[in-house]
Design a protein around this ligand. Structure first.
Ligand code: GLA
Length: 383
């Protein structure tokens, strides 16, 4: 039994099809989705995380208009969003368009003057898979709008504007990892992000003889459901009980001052931040067995202490391990979405098929797989 493999598509072909549909386009801009190697739910706790960019991206073609209108069409949707720039606001944009038009609102709110635009989107990051399709749309839109406004993009400002679109317009109080990796990724590298100091460091990531297999469980994952926000609230409460500004300041000894749910949530965050540091050290030493073990520990922590895994994610992780993975874990916000496995390259196809067979045996919808070489960050697609 085979598994569906999601291909990223060729950037030039995708861009050229968008230009044909929007002949007045002044350019096409691509921004990648991401898979987080390790460091989950740490970003809004001022912690560390280590994402890579996927080869799967969202593409946005942009044409200037002579009026103040903004339209957003998508090859994946029938309806076109239409409004005028001065009317955009957190309460006036609904649904998927929030991630594109919300960025136009946020950029204006940050003092950038935008012309009217037509935007046409082709999203190649699987939707609802916990692979940051929303950040990819935000970041590609942000670059497209800067080009339309004829300004050099200031990527720090774009991260902020995209985060504001997501939290203030779409209503998902996320932590910034997804926008940072989409805008700052470099091929062949993971990005170590430190949300206390604001530092970013490129870490070479290309394990020889191994492949990162990503499996989309196709079980729902929505950051605007209550689960994500409630984990964030649990963390804030645990930090405040300890009298700390964030759980980044907490130590393992501090955990003894907490009980019940607050202790479990804080334990995940404190140990996960330590695991990110340990993973970077193991990668630097080429110790892939240790990297795998850290992935396994991270999964257990998310399953038992942070309680964001699902039976589908657990099954992917267990089946990948049985078929030779050095380590495996769920990745992203949780409550569905995707898991990753660090596999010997020769074992990938068998493991992926075994995962599909295990899903079929449970009577679940078929999962899909992606391979994830660390890919470049957001940029214009040039011919
Ligand atoms: C989602 C959010 C990120 C981060 C992850 C969990 O992807 O958008 O900010 O919190 O979940 O690590």
């Amino acid at each position: 039994m085979g598994i569906e493999h999601v291909e990223p598509g060729g950037p030039r072909e995708i861009a050229s099809a968008l230009r044909t549909e929007l002949p007045a386009a002044l350019g096409v801009f691509a921004a990648p989705g991401r898979v987080n190697l390790i460091g989950e739910h740490t970003d809004y706790n001022q912690g560390l995380c280590l994402p890579i960019a996927l080869p799967h991206a969202t593409y946005v073609a942009v044409a200037r208009r002579d009026d103040e209108r903004i339209t957003v069409g998508s090859r994946q949707r029938d309806e076109v969003f239409e409004s005028s720039l001065p009317d955009l606001g957190p309460d006036t944009i609904d649904g998927w368009a929030a991630y594109a038009a919300g960025v136009a609102w946020a950029l204006q709110d940050e003092g950038i003057e935008l012309p009217g635009v037509d935007l046409l989107v082709d999203g190649r990051v699987p939707l609802g898979a916990g692979l940051s399709s929303s950040a990819a749309l935000e970041c590609a839109t942000a670059l497209a709008l800067c080009a339309a406004a004829r300004i050099e993009p200031d990527r720090e400002l774009l991260v902020r504007a995209c985060m504001r679109a997501e939290s203030e317009v779409a209503g998902a109080p996320t932590g910034g990892m997804d926008q940072s990796i989409s805008l700052y990724a470099e091929p062949g590298h993971a990005l170590l992000l430190d949300f206390r100091s604001g530092d970013r460091r490129q870490v070479p990531w290309d394990p020889p003889g191994h492949t990162l297999l990503v499996v989309d469980t196709r079980a729902s994952h929505e950051l605007t459901d209550g689960g994500y926000a409630s984990r964030r609230a649990d963390c804030e409460e645990a930090a405040s009980r300890l009298g700390l500004v964030s759980l980044r300041e907490a130590t393992e000894q501090d955990l003894d001052l907490l009980v019940g749910r607050a202790r479990a949530r804080a334990k995940h965050i404190v140990t996960e931040i330590t695991r990110v540091d340990a993973t970077v050290a193991a990668i630097t030493q080429g110790d892939w067995v240790r990297v795998g073990a850290l992935f396994d520990e991270s999964h257990t922590s998310m399953r038992d202490d942070f309680e964001i895994s699902t039976p589908e994610l657990d099954l992917v992780v267990e089946t990948a391990r049985e078929h030779g993975a050095l380590g495996a874990r769920m990745t992203g916000g949780g409550f569905g979405g995707s898991a990753l496995a660090l596999m010997p390259t020769a074992a990938v196809a068998t493991a992926a098929d075994a995962i599909a067979a295990a899903f079929a045996a449970q009577g679940w919808d078929a999962p899909a797989s992606l391979t994830a070489p660390a890919s470049p960050g957001a940029a214009e697609v040039t011919a």
